[in-house]
Each structure stands twice: as structure tokens, then as C-alpha cells.
Design a protein around this ligand. Structure first.
Ligand SMILES: NC(=O)c1ccc[n+]([C@@H]2O[C@H](COP(=O)([O-])OP(=O)(O)OC[C@H]3O[C@@H](n4cnc5c(N)ncnc54)[C@H](OP(=O)(O)O)[C@@H]3O)[C@@H](O)[C@H]2O)c1
Length: 348
């Protein structure tokens, strides 16, 4: 069994812990927590062993928490660390712990792939480069928007690749996550250099892709408007289901009022953490005009990257064939079942 430690217990870390702790192929070492707050109670309620920085042990013990040891102890006991730190902290964790202790590590999308603080050479997207990350020591799991774009673009490339001229994507990004305490400002903001364009091009280097990103006051998912320009007329297909029906983690929805309706439905269905873990194509908003195809899809911000981390783990630690890894991840997350429920609920 592979021993796995989740370093960080924020929006991503707590979701990773819920999933990885249920995988029978994993010996779950525990989670790393840095501040004393109500998430510590949640971790104990879920019976996760909790590890904290050496110097903070007295703070946690003072509050009556039965800490299992230091972060360093947990990493020593592990074969792989899934780092779920705040943006940029993954680099110091790599330098201070993972490298000196010779441990494998998965980093999240807020870490750098180039420059002084680079943590890995490769960004993973299961649909595109799952095989390339096999047996690698350090890999970044692409962020939610990057994971979603790869999942939509690769099937298009496989079906119509040489007929496509360019992709233009407008990302409408949620301001904060469901659990974030931070204020959702009444403003629309833009990004000068969205990292998503370079991140996607790192695994799809030959595509012409242009990304603009806007942040809007919502906690309910991201929305991508993708314009695909063909060299000639848009090829014939009846519905986007023709292209995406067999794709892992892609739902094609007929009718929806917006992103909140999907999130609320996920809650009503009892999906863990209210996540759908996928992208949802909004078929009713598809437009075809001469050489231009427009696709609208929403992207489950925190949820989509959790099964991606699980797939990445299987490639890195087992070198398992992709179809087997998808089966394993589907049985843990019930993605196909969730997709069928959503497609039925939001049928045209
Ligand atoms: N949120 C999303 O939708 C999303 C989606 C895809 C990817 N990501 C990426 O995932 C990563 C984590 O994001 P998040 O949203 O989960 O952030 P978050 O909610 O702010 O959580 C970050 C966690 O990092 C912990 N932490 C602090 N110092 C640390 C250290 N040295 N090592 C490990 N953990 C440390 C914090 O602990 P305390 O709370 O105890 O201080 C906190 O639990 C980022 O790279 C982000 O870009 C986020």
C-alpha cells in the first residue's frame, strides 16, 4: 500500500482527504494543519490523524487537540505527499521537506512551473498527458480552469484537429469558494496575464489559444465561453453529446438557469462537499455560424481537480494504464453516476 500524506487542509486539502482516505490502495497517513481554527474540529470528527508544524504543537495541545506529530514526522512516514498549500508555499515545502527526504510530491495549480520558484517541469491533465507523468517524482496538477479547458479541447482536437484554426476562451471566474470567509466584492475585475493560457499550452503546445479572464462576484463555479474557429465550415454534428458522450467527467446539460442551480442540485443529491467533480456543457447556448463554433460550459472550481489528483497519483505511483485508472477513480468518486443524474435532471 502506498502511504499518502495531504499537506494542507483548506478548500482543496479537505476534499483530497475525504477521497484519498477512502481508497483501499492507500494507507492514509493524515493531514497537515497550520492554524488552529474550526477546520481542525472537522478533521478530528472525520478521524483524520492531524500533524502540525513543530513550533505550533503547544498551540494545538493548549486547545486540547490530540496531535499525531509534526509535519516532518508525517512526511517521513509517507511515500507520496499531496501538497495542498496556499499558492507558493509548495515551493518551500519541496525545498525544506520533500527533496531532503527524497519523497514524491503532487503540487496544486497555484504553484510555478517556471522561474525561481518552480516546483515541477510538467502540469498534468489526465485527458492529455496522463502517460507522461508515469513514475515522475514531482508533478503539478493543473488548476480547475486549466483542467476544464483540457477536458473540452482534447476531444475536439482528436475529432477535428487539422480543421481547427484557433481557440478563444473567456473565463468568467468565481470570486471565492463556498467555504471562504473572504468578502465577495461587488466588482468585475480582469486579469492582465491569465496564467491559464500558458498552462494549457504547456500540454497542448501546438494549438493557437487565447485566454481572457474576468472575476465576478459569485461563489458558484467558473463559466468558460469558448469560441472555436475552423478553417472552413464547422463540421456537422447533431449535438455536443455526439462529441462528449463518452468523456470522463463531462456532462452535457440541456436546460439550466445558471451555475447556482447546478451547485444546489449537487447539494440536494447529497454529493460530497456539494461537488459535481466535472465540467457541464450548456447545450442550449451552443452556436454554430459558418466557420465559428461557440461552446459554453461551467467548471466545478474545487471539485474538478480532486479526481484529477487521484488519477495523477495512479500514474506516478503505479504507472497504471489510463483506462484502469479511470475505472478506479470512477468507483471512488462515482463520476459517471453523478453525470447521469445531472444529465437526467437538466435534460432539455
Ligand atoms: N480553491 C480552488 O478552487 C482551487 C482549485 C484548483 C486548484 N487550487 C489550488 O490549490 C492550492 C490550495 O488552494 P486552496 O483553495 O485549498 O487554498 P486554501 O483554502 O487557502 O488552503 C490553503 C491551506 O494551506 C495551508 N498551509 C499554510 N501553510 C502551509 C504550508 N507551508 N504547507 C502546506 N499547507 C499550508 C493552510 O493551513 P491553515 O488553514 O491551517 O493555515 C490552508 O489549509 C493552491 O495552489 C490553489 O491555487 C485551488
Amino acid at each position: 500500500m502506498i502511504r499518502v500524506f495531504i499537506n494542507g487542509y483548506g478548500n482543496i486539502g479537505r476534499r483530497l482527504a475525504s477521497a484519498f482516505s477512502h481508497d483501499k490502495e492507500i494507507q492514509f497517513v493524515g493531514i497537515g494543519k497550520y492554524s488552529v481554527d474550526n477546520k481542525v474540529d472537522e478533521a478530528f470528527a472525520k478521524k483524520f490523524p492531524v500533524y502540525v508544524p513543530d513550533e505550533k504543537i503547544p498551540n494545538f495541545r493548549e486547545m486540547g487537540y490530540d496531535i499525531s506529530g509534526t509535519i516532518s514526522d508525517a512526511i517521513k512516514e509517507s511515500d507520496l505527499v499531496v501538497d495542498a498549500a496556499k499558492d507558493g508555499f509548495g515551493y518551500s515545502n519541496k525545498v525544506n521537506f520533500y527533496m531532503p527526504m527524497n519523497k514524491h510530491a503532487i503540487f496544486q495549480g497555484g504553484e510555478d512551473r517556471t522561474g525561481e520558484k518552480k516546483v515541477a517541469d510538467i502540469i498534468h491533465n489526465s485527458r492529455i498527458n496522463y502517460d507522461k507523468v508515469a513514475n515522475q517524482k514531482y508533478v503539478i496538477q493543473g488548476s480547475c480552469n486549466v483542467s476544464g479547458m483540457g477536458r473540452i479541447m482534447q476531444p475536439m482536437i482528436e475529432k477535428f484537429g487539422d480543421k481547427i484554426q484557433r481557440y478563444d476562451v473567456t473565463l468568467i471566474r468565481r470570486w471565492a469558494d463556498l467555504e471562504d470567509k473572504k468578502e465577495v466584492k461587488d466588482s468585475i475585475e480582469w486579469e492582465k496575464n491569465p496564467h491559464h493560457q500558458d498552462d494549457v499550452k504547456s500540454f497542448l503546445p501546438s494549438v493557437k489559444l487565447y485566454v481572457e479572464a474576468y472575476k465576478v462576484p459569485s461563489r458558484m463555479m467558473h463559466l468558460h465561453h469558448m469560441t472555436i474557429r475552423f478553417k472552413d465550415k464547422v463540421p456537422y454534428f447533431d449535438s455536443l453529446s455526439d462529441v462528449y458522450h463518452d468523456e470522463f467527467g463531462v456532462a452535457v446539460l440541456g436546460k439550466t438557469k445558471g451555475t447556482a442551480e447546478i451547485r444546489n442540485k449537487a447539494h440536494e443529491f447529497g454529493f460530497e462537499h456539494d461537488d459535481t467533480n466535472m465540467v457541464h456543457i450548456h447545450e442550449e447556448a451552443m452556436r454554430k455560424n459558418d466557420d465559428t463554433l461557440k461552446i459554453l460550459y461551467s467548471d466545478d472550481q474545487t471539485g474538478i481537480v480532486i479526481p484529477e489528483n487521484h488519477l495523477l497519483f495512479q500514474s506516478m505511483m503505479f504507472g497504471r494504464p489510463k483506462n484502469k485508472a479511470y475505472e478506479q477513480t470512477d468507483s471512488l468518486f462515482q463520476i459517471s453516476k453523478k453525470r447521469d443524474m445531472l444529465e437526467k435532471e437538466f435534460a432539455a
